[in-house]
Design a protein around this ligand. Structure first.
Ligand code: GDP
Ligand code: MG
Length: 296
């Protein structure tokens, strides 16, 4: 298994800044329960965290997620420090009445903006301010034919607050044809409802291998992913996957699912942009609304 996360491959300018200051990234996962959110979190960092002392026990848990739960790990790669926090949320849509099931998520996101705003406005502020704002929110969608009303509802509530990235969960339960149709369908619905999902900008840094592969990755939105915490061996080669009577899915194989594409964009190529958009757009929105309310 590729034993490292890859954030040290950040564009040069960002890299230099991060060596000095360290780097924080906060990733949230939301969606119905049972879609593989907790498994995904494990898959995302299994190889990297599995053998380190930092590996927190909470990552191994298989039980149901009942509270919004944030776990942080400190990673160091090529001299770059990254504090990565994963915010796992309970599945929504389980009650008889699901109106406002998104409220705890909104409250969590807003409370982090509020904390940041308070820290910024202190007269003797300590620099740098610890950044606990949610930089990215992965919205897990159940495999099927179309977006559920509840998903649309939640997206509408969140899209102007955080960087939303839709992902199709458990892609191994669909055929490639079905996935293709579902993706088109999801994008159409998102478009029809004027929902603003995070737009992966083209990478301008020349040093970043190639923009062509970037647009190839981009074309996979909404990413259809498969998660697994099981390491399977095939002809002596270990990989994260799911085994079936007829064969196995390799989570890391781009021809099997979009997990690697999502991972690359999150961790290698677009981490800084996600942080920038959070700060410049979503946080500014929050601040503006807040100040307008106070003074108006
Ligand atoms: P959560 O409630 O969204 O956090 O879901 P969990 O991560 O707890 O996973 C629920 C169940 O789905 C577990 O039995 C997982 O092994 C299984 N699971 C997770 N990811 C996948 C996937 O990509 N495909 C399939 N078929 N099952 C998955
Ligand atoms: Mg869970």
């Amino acid at each position: 298994l590729d034993g490292y996360v890859g954030f040290a491959n950040l564009p040069n300018q960002v890299y230099r800044k991060s060596v000095k200051k360290g780097f924080e990234f906060n990733l949230m996962v939301i969606g119905e329960s049972g879609l593989g959110k907790s498994t995904f979190i494990n898959s995302l960092f299994l190889a990297e965290l599995y053998n380190t002392e930092d590996f927190p026990n909470t990552f191994e848990r298989r039980r149901k997620t009942l509270f919004i739960d944030s776990t942080s790990v400190l990673l160091n790669e090529k001299g770059v420090n990254l504090r990565l926090s994963i915010i796992d949320t309970p599945g929504f849509g389980e009650s008889i009445d699901n109106s406002n099931c998104w409220q705890p998520i909104i409250d969590f996101v807003d409370s982090k903006y509020e904390e940041f705003l308070n820290a910024e406005s202190k007269i003797n502020r300590k620099l740098p301010i610890l950044d606990n704002r949610v930089h990215c929110c992965l919205h897990f969608i159940a495999p099927g034919h179309t977006l559920k009303t509840l998903d649309i509802e939640v997206m509408k509530k969140l899209h102007d607050r955080v960087n939303l990235i839709p992902v199709i969960a458990k892609a191994d339960t669909m055929t490639p044809e079905e996935i293709k149709t579902f993706k088109t369908n999801v994008l159409n619905v998102i478009n029809d409802h004027n929902i603003q999902i995070y737009e992966f900008p083209d990478i301008e840094d020349d040093e970043l291998e190639n923009n062509r592969s970037n647009s190839a990755l981009k074309s996979k939105i909404p990413f259809a992913i498969v998660g697994s915490n099981t390491v399977i061996e095939n002809e002596g080669k270990p990989f994260r996957g799911r085994q079936y009577p007829w064969g196995c899915v390799n989570v890391d194989d781009l021809s099997h699912c979009d997990f690697m594409a999502l991972r690359t964009m999150l961790i290698r190529t677009h981490m800084q942009d996600l942080k920038d958009v959070t700060n410049n757009v979503h946080y500014e929105n929050y601040r503006f609304k807040k100040l307008a309310y106070v003074t108006g």
